[in-house]
Design a protein around this ligand. Structure first.
Ligand code: GLU
Ligand code: MG
Length: 658
C-alpha cells in the first residue's frame, strides 16, 4: 500500500504545517527523476503481481469465523524466512492496512517469456502455503482471499476479541471496527487518524442494502448507544460504516508492468484505463459488508469513502475559505486523465490541479498531460509524515514525491523509476478484487499481462472519454453488472497497422488492417467486450487468441493460458458465476437465511468454511470456475532458462559493441 517509511509519525497539525514543504520538495524530486530518466529506454518487460491475503480463524464448535489479528506476527516470520534463504525463497512480503492481512508478491519479477505466464499460479500457491505453514491450523487458522470479510465490523469479529468503541478507538473514533485490528506499522494508524482529523469528522461510508423480501422497508440501521453522529450520517436503506478498515481492509490483486520506455508506459496506462471498470465488474467479489447483503458487489466505492479526507469545503458543502479547491473525488478513486498527448482530446472532465506545480513540471520539459496528471495528484496534502524524513536530499531521495504519489490510490498508477535502481518506467493496474483460489487470481493477472502484449503488438486503441470510464466504474459495481450492465466501449473493431513490438519472439505477417481514426464508442455488455458481438467487435479474447497463434509458446503454458482465458470468457458470458454472485447465492440459499439481508455468524461461518475448502481444493465449485487443471510450474523449464541466458549474453555482446 505504498511508502513504508519507519519512524516517528507527526501529528496531523504538524503534518499540515509541512504540507507545502512536502509538495515543493516532492515536485523537485519528481523533476529530478524526470530529467535524469525521461530518455531511459530499452528496458524489457518485467512484471509482477501483488495479492493481499486475509487471515481468518474458524471455530467449528461455536460456528464462528473471525479475522485473525496475527498479521504482524506472521509477517515477521515470513520476512525472516525470506531473508534467511535469499537465493531460493519464492516470495516477498509486505504489511497491509489490516492487522489481519499480509501481502505477498513473487520475489523476483516475471519476464517476457511466455513460460513466465505459467509460473504465476504455482507461485501464488507457494505463497499461500507459506502463510499457512506459520498458522496454527489445528486451531482453525487459515488464509482466505475474500475481498470483504462478511462480518467485518460486527461485534466480536476479531481474534482475539478486542475492545471496540469510539473512546478506545482513538485514531478512527469508530463504533464498529477496533483500531487494535489495524496493522501495527505506524503508517496505518497515522493515516487513519490524520484522514479523520483532516476531514474534520470521521469517515462516512454508506452502501445500499440489498432489499430482500423480508428486509425492513425502509431499512434503518441501529447503532450502539444510539450514537448521534451515526444516525446523522447513516442513510436510509444503506449500510453505514465509519472506519478506514471497511475499505482498506479489503484484499485486491494488482499487477505492475515495466515498459520499455516512458512513451510505452504512458500508452499502457492510457489503454488499460478503459479496461479498469470491465475487470472490476468481472472480478466483483464483495456483496456482504458488516453482516448484511448489500446491493453493490465491489469494494471500490467503499474504499473511496473509507479514505476520503476532503474537508467540508473541499466536498463543496461550504464555501472555500481555508482550502484551495473543491475536489470532486476522494484520494482513492478512478483516474481523472489520460497521459499521452494523443489521448488528451478524451480528457473531458474538469481536472483540478495545482497550476504552479503544473507550470514547473512543464518548464522542466514534461509534456502537458503528464504534468497535469502529477499536478492533479499534488492537490492533496500528505496525510502521514515522519519527523526523520522531513529534510531530504532532493537529488538522491524521493520520499516526498512518493508520499503524495502513494496516497493517491487510483485505479491506475503511473510509476517513475526509483532513483539509483535498475528499474524502469512502470504502470500498475489496480482495480481487480481478490478471488478465492490461486487459479482464479492467476487467471485475472495473466489475462491482463497478455492483454498488454496484445495492445502493444497490434497497436490497439480502446480510448473513450474519461467521463465515460467514470460512468463505467459506477456501472461495474452494481449488482450483477457482468450480466446486466452496459458499458461504454470502443465501437470499431480495433485493428492493427503493423506489429510494433517483438514480444515473445512473435513472428507474424505484416499488418493486414488499417487503424481506423476517430473511433466511435457505444454501450456493450461485458460478454460482448470479452467474447465479441455478432457482426461487430470481435472481442478481447479473440484478439488474444490471434496473438497467441503467432508466438512461440510451449504446450504446458498454452494449456494453462487456455484455461485462464476460458474462466474470464465464461464469467463474462454468465455461464460461470462471479465471486460476488456466488457469495450472494450462497447466503440466499442458506437454510438459516431469513431473506432479510442479514448474514448471521452461522451463515458467515458456513460461507467461510466452504470458501476455505474450495480454496484448498478439497471441495469442487464448478459453478464458480469449472473444473480446471492447469499445468502451472514453479520454475522455468531448461529451455526457458537457456533462452534467458542466451539473451543476456547477446545483450552483453551488444553492450560491448556500443
Ligand atoms: N487493498 C486496496 C485496494 O483494494 C489497495 C491497497 C494498496 O494500494 O495496496 O485497492
Ligand atoms: Mg497492497
Amino acid at each position: 500500500m505504498g511508502l513504508l517509511t519507519l519512524g516517528s509519525p507527526l501529528s496531523w497539525k504538524d503534518t499540515k504545517k509541512f504540507a507545502d514543504h512536502v509538495r515543493k520538495h516532492g515536485t523537485q524530486q519528481l523533476i529530478n527523476i524526470y530529467r535524469r530518466l525521461k530518455d531511459r529506454h530499452g528496458d524489457v518487460l518485467k512484471w509482477g503481481d501483488e495479492v493481499e491475503y486475509m487471515l481468518v480463524v474458524m471455530d467449528a464448535d461455536n460456528k464462528t469465523a473471525r479475522l485473525s489479528l496475527k498479521g504482524n506476527e506472521v509477517l515477521e516470520i515470513l520476512e525472516r524466512r525470506e531473508k534467511e534463504s535469499p537465493s531460493d525463497y519464492p516470495a516477498t512480503w509486505r504489511p497491509e492496512y489490516g492487522g489481519f492481512i499480509v501481502e505477498g508478491s513473487p520475489v523476483r519479477p516475471y519476464g517476457h517469456l511466455m513460460e513466465h505466464l505459467n509460473m504465476v499460479e504455482a507461485n501464488m500457491r507457494l505463497r499461500r502455503e507459506e502463510i499457512l505453514s506459520v498458522l496454527d491450523q489445528e486451531r482453525g487458522e487459515t488464509v482466505i482471499t475474500f475481498t470483504a470479510f462478511p462480518r467485518v465490523g460486527c461485534p466480536g469479529s476479531t481474534d482475539p476479541e478486542v475492545e471496540c468503541n469510539p473512546t478506545v478507538n482513538t485514531a478512527s473514533h469508530s463504533l464498529f471496527f477496533p483500531d487494535a485490528a489495524i496493522n501495527h506499522h505506524p503508517r496505518f494508524r497515522t493515516l487513519t487518524r490524520n484522514i479523520r482529523e483532516r476531514r474534520g469528522e470521521k469517515v462516512c461510508i454508506n452502501t445500499p442494502v440489498f432489499k430482500d423480501i423480508n428486509t425492513p422497508k425502509p431499512f434503518r440501521d441501529t447503532f450502539p448507544n444510539d450514537d448521534i453522529e451515526a444516525s446523522w450520517h447513516a442513510k436510509d436503506d444503506h449500510i453505514y460504516m465509519d472506519h478506514m478498515a471497511f475499505g482498506m481492509g479489503c484484499p485486491c490483486i494488482q499487477c505492475t508492468f515495466q515498459a520499455c520506455d516512458l512513451g510505452e508506459a504512458l500508452r499502457l496506462y492510457d489503454q488499460l484505463t478503459p479496461l479498469c471498470p470491465i475487470f472490476l465488474a468481472l472480478s466483483a467479489a464483495a456483496p456482504v459488508y458488516r453482516g448484511y447483503l448489500v446491493d453493490t458487489e465491489c469494494r471500490f466505492n467503499i474504499i473511496a469513502q473509507s479514505v476520503d479526507c476532503r474537508t467540508r469545503e473541499e466536498r463543496g458543502l461550504e464555501p472555500l475559505k481555508n482550502d484551495r479547491f473543491v475536489i470532486p473525488k476522494s484520494r482513492y478513486d478512478s483516474i481523472d486523465c489520460y497521459l499521452t498527448p494523443e489521448a488528451e482530446k478524451y480528457n473531458d472532465i474538469d481536472l483540478i490541479l495545482d497550476q504552479d506545480i503544473c507550470q514547473q513540471l512543464q518548464d522542466a520539459g514534461m509534456d502537458r498531460p503528464l504534468a497535469r496528471h502529477f499536478a492533479h495528484l499534488f492537490i492533496r496534502d500528505p496525510i502521514s509524515l515522519f519527523s526523520e524524513t522531513i529534510h531530504q536530499n532532493d537529488e538522491q531521495e524521493t520520499d516526498h514525491f512518493e508520499n503524495i504519489q502513494s496516497t493517491n490510490w487510483q485505479s491506475m498508477r503511473f510509476k517513475p523509476p526509483p532513483p539509483n535502481s535498475t528499474i524502469g518506467w512502470r504502470v500498475e493496474f489496480r482495480p481487480m478484487e481478490a478471488q478465492l483460489t490461486d487459479f482464479e487470481n492467476a487467471a485475472y493477472v495473466v489475462f491482463i499481462v497478455l492483454l498488454t502484449r496484445v495492445i502493444l503488438t497490434y497497436n490497439l486503441n480502446f480510448l473513450i472519454p474519461i467521463s465515460k470510464v467514470d460512468e463505467n466504474m459506477q456501472e461495474a459495481q452494481k449488482r450483477d453488472a457482468v450480466r446486466q450492465g452496459l458499458f461504454w466501449f470502443s465501437e470499431c473493431l480495433p485493428v492493427f497497422k503493423k506489429p510494433n513490438a517483438d514480444w515473445f519472439y512473435s513472428e507474424y505477417n505484416d499488418g493486414c488492417f488499417e487503424q481506423e481514426e476517430d473511433k466511435e464508442y457505444t454501450k456493450m455488455t461485458i460478454n460482448e467486450i470479452i467474447n465479441g458481438q455478432a457482426g461487430g467487435f470481435q472481442g478481447l479474447v479473440s484478439l488474444m487468441n490471434s496473438y497467441l497463434e503467432t508466438v512461440d509458446i510451449d504446450v504446458d503454458t498454452r494449456c494453462s493460458v487456455q484455461q485462464y482465458l476460458m474462466l474470464i470468457q465464461k464469467r463474462a458470458s454468465g455461464e460461470l458465476m462471479t465471486t460476488a454472485r456466488w457469495i450472494r447465492a450462497f447466503v440466499q440459499n442458506h437454510p438459516k437465511y431469513k431473506s432479510d439481508s442479514v448474514v448471521s455468524e452461522e451463515i458467515a461461518y458456513d460461507l467461510t468454511k466452504v470458501a476455505d475448502e474450495i480454496t484448498k481444493g478439497v471441495r469442487a465449485c464448478p459453478e464458480l470456475f469449472g473444473t480446471p487443471r492447469t499445468r502451472t510450474k514453479v520454475s522455468l523449464s531448461s529451455v526457458g532458462q537457456k533462452k534467458l541466458r542466451k539473451e543476456s549474453s547477446d545483450k552483453a555482446d551488444i553492450d560491448v559493441l556500443i
